[in-house]
Design a protein around this ligand. Structure first.
Ligand SMILES: *[C@@H]1O[C@H](CO)[C@@H](O)[C@H](O)[C@H]1NC(C)=O
Ligand SMILES: *[C@@H]1O[C@H](CO)[C@@H](O)[C@H](O)[C@H]1NC(C)=O
Ligand SMILES: *[C@@H]1O[C@H](CO)[C@@H](O)[C@H](O)[C@H]1NC(C)=O
Ligand SMILES: *[C@@H]1O[C@H](CO)[C@@H](O)[C@H](O)[C@H]1NC(C)=O
Ligand SMILES: *[C@@H]1O[C@H](CO)[C@@H](O)[C@H](O)[C@H]1NC(C)=O
Ligand SMILES: *[C@@H]1O[C@H](CO)[C@@H](O)[C@H](O)[C@H]1NC(C)=O
Length: 497
């Protein structure tokens, strides 16, 4: 982990250093006037490849601005939706393998759509600061392209731009320059260096399309060193796993990958979390049965306490393709946890519990194992670190399950020893009367009571404390009744209690 930090630091610093030494005149791009764009296509270097579902990996036909016959030649379907994919900084000057995966996923979900891959590889394979600067030129090209489509009476509400890394800012610049706004722009971990403090005109921002959604997956470090932009820049900004780095992207995993694929894959160390933004979106396209939900929250810390699993008043939203287009006035950060592999969806629970006893003490960072047993399945031994437990206080923490356990029936808590010394002066112990558990995915709130006796004992280094769903509970009955009413006519109709 330390090594990984160091790596990012080194790369980050080299990026910043080069930024500082770069002088650019940027005014020229924006001072020109828009009537020019619809007519002058001579300076366009960017290529617009219409990919097909048969050959998602090949550039067989380019849409050429001003040449209307390329529309029919390439088989552009004027009555279908169009997705425009914009790549980011390129080390090798070649398309990375995610591009064809993304195209394939789109065709799987929207078979009659037009999937266009924007090729700005020449300008993207420069020294980072030069490529970053080039986003303005490419953005201008993309804006001209969109304006041209609009002139051909293609409806802009069928257009969705998706930009990865620097490509997100290309989309942002384009959104700012085009004559009318497109339906949607998705920013996939928009690049951070050089953009964190940039004006809205030169980066992705929420006024660049009717709806702008953003995934932030690699925002570790101080703002200047972060690979992905840290601040929210859209209408909906989602920070999976806190947004810093992603599960499965540790140094250990990367080393394993390098051992398998060779040292040339060293850049995977940097890209794994960054590129996860794309794979999360692909997941949302192809795994309809595993739609991930994200929850609005004031901070990552509050989210990890399980305090933000509400869906009331649009507080939760779907990650990726199926997002609800909620335009809040101020950008709200949303969070979720994910698995390390596709499908990424996990199930979120808030566990709230009053711990009490005669002995007055307070412990922090305690390791706990939580086991969930439900109508569809079980997941045992989920590790959780409880930040703070004090006698006679109520604690709350987040538990996530990879498995859909269905409706929860039983829960076990096991308090592990955090060191050899703990328990040396007699074991720490709390008593618990009930657990309150809220599910983010179903929004149900349930109460669990001790399985044996009125009180359960949670002992450091001791046995599991076991809780079963309360049958008497008013709250859960009302929930179930409301649920039945809502689902009237479906198979959920049958009583579950
Ligand atoms: C950057 O601009 C400053 C003055 O604004 C100039 O002194 C310096 O030589 C320039 N550096 C480069 C690399 O062009
Ligand atoms: C754009 O340029 C044309 C001709 O060069 C000029 O007549 C027009 O006023 C300009 N429009 C804006 C908004 O600057
Ligand atoms: C164009 O797309 C529409 C749906 O968007 C579809 O019904 C039609 O068959 C497509 N045309 C061609 C030629 O693929
Ligand atoms: C905690 O509260 C209980 C009553 O609910 C009380 O009997 C007990 O003494 C309290 N413990 C401490 C350490 O204050
Ligand atoms: C336990 O500690 C709290 C504050 O830390 C104090 O207010 C309370 O009186 C203590 N209770 C006992 C029984 O010592
Ligand atoms: C833990 O919680 C107690 C009571 O809520 C509080 O007094 C204490 O400062 C907290 N400790 C830490 C390290 O957060």
């Amino acid at each position: 982990m330390g090594k990984e930090n160091l790596w990012l630091l080194v790369i980050g610093i080299s990026v910043i250093k080069s930024c500082e030494s770069l002088n650019t005149t940027t005014e020229s791009v924006f001072s020109s006037n828009t009537t020019l764009y619809t007519e002058d296509y001579s300076d366009i270097e960017t290529k617009f490849s219409l990919r097909t579902s048969e050959y998602p990996d090949e550039d067989l036909c380019y849409l050429i601005l001003g040449q209307q016959d390329t529309i029919s030649e390439c088989g552009f379907n004027i009555s279908s939706r169009t997705f425009v994919i914009i790549h980011g900084w390129s080390v090798a000057g070649l398309f990375e393998s995610w591009v064809y995966k993304f195209v394939t996923a789109f065709y799987e979900r929207e078979p009659s759509a037009n999937i266009i891959v924007v090729d700005w590889l020449d300008r993207a394979s420069q020294h980072y600061p030069i490529s970053a600067e080039n986003t303005r030129l490419v953005g201008k090209d993309v804006a001209k392209f969109i304006n041209w489509l609009e002139d051909l009476e293609y409806p802009l509400d069928k257009l969705h731009l998706l930009g990865y890394s620097l490509g997100a800012h290309v989309a942002g610049v384009a959104g700012n320059l085009m004559n009318h706004k497109v339906n949607r722009i998705t920013g996939l971990d928009p690049a951070g260096p050089r953009f964190e403090h940039a004006e809205e005109i030169s980066r992705l921002s929420s006024d660049d399309a009717n709806f702008v959604d953003v995934l932030h997956t690699n925002t570790r470090g101080t703002p200047d060193l972060s690979i992905g932009i840290q601040k929210p820049v859209g209408h909906v900004d989602i920070y999976p796993n806190g947004g810093t780095y992603q599960p499965g992207c540790s140094l250990k995993n990367t080393m394993k990958m390098i051992a398998t694929y060779g040292i040339n894959n060293m850049d995977q160390l940097v890209k794994c979390s960054h590129e996860r933004s794309i794979h999360l979106f692909i997941d949302s396209l192809v795994n309809l049965q595993h739609q991930s939900l994200a929850y609005r929250c004031s901070s990552k810390e509050a989210f990890y306490k399980g305090l933000c699993l509400s869906c009331r008043k649009n507080r939760c939203n779907k990650l990726g393709y199926g997002v609800n287009k909620i335009r809040t006035t101020r950008s709200a950060k949303m969070y979720l946890k994910t698995r390390e592999l596709m499908p990424y969806k996990v199930f979120h629970y808030q566990v709230k519990v009053h711990v009490f006893g005669q002995k007055n003490f307070s412990v922090v960072e305690q390791p706990m194992l939580v086991s969930l047993y439900g109508t569809h399945g079980d997941q045992e031994g989920i590790p959780v670190t409880v930040p703070n437990m004090s006698t006679n206080t109520t604690i709350s923490f987040l538990v996530v399950s990879d498995v859909d356990v269905g409706e929860l029936l039983m829960v076990k808590l096991k308090w592990e020893k955090d060191s050899y010394l703990s328990g040396f002066f007699g074991s720490n112990e709390f008593m618990i009367r009930r657990l309150r558990i809220k599910s983010g995915e179903t929004q149900s709130k349930l109460i669990f009571l001790s399985k044996v006796g009125e009180l359960a004992y949670l002992t450091q280094g001791g046995e599991d404390a076991i809780f079963v769903k309360s049958k008497e509970d008013q709250e859960s009955r009302r929930e179930a009744r409301l649920h039945r009413l809502k689902m009237h006519g479906s198979f959920f109709n049958q009583a579950t209690e």
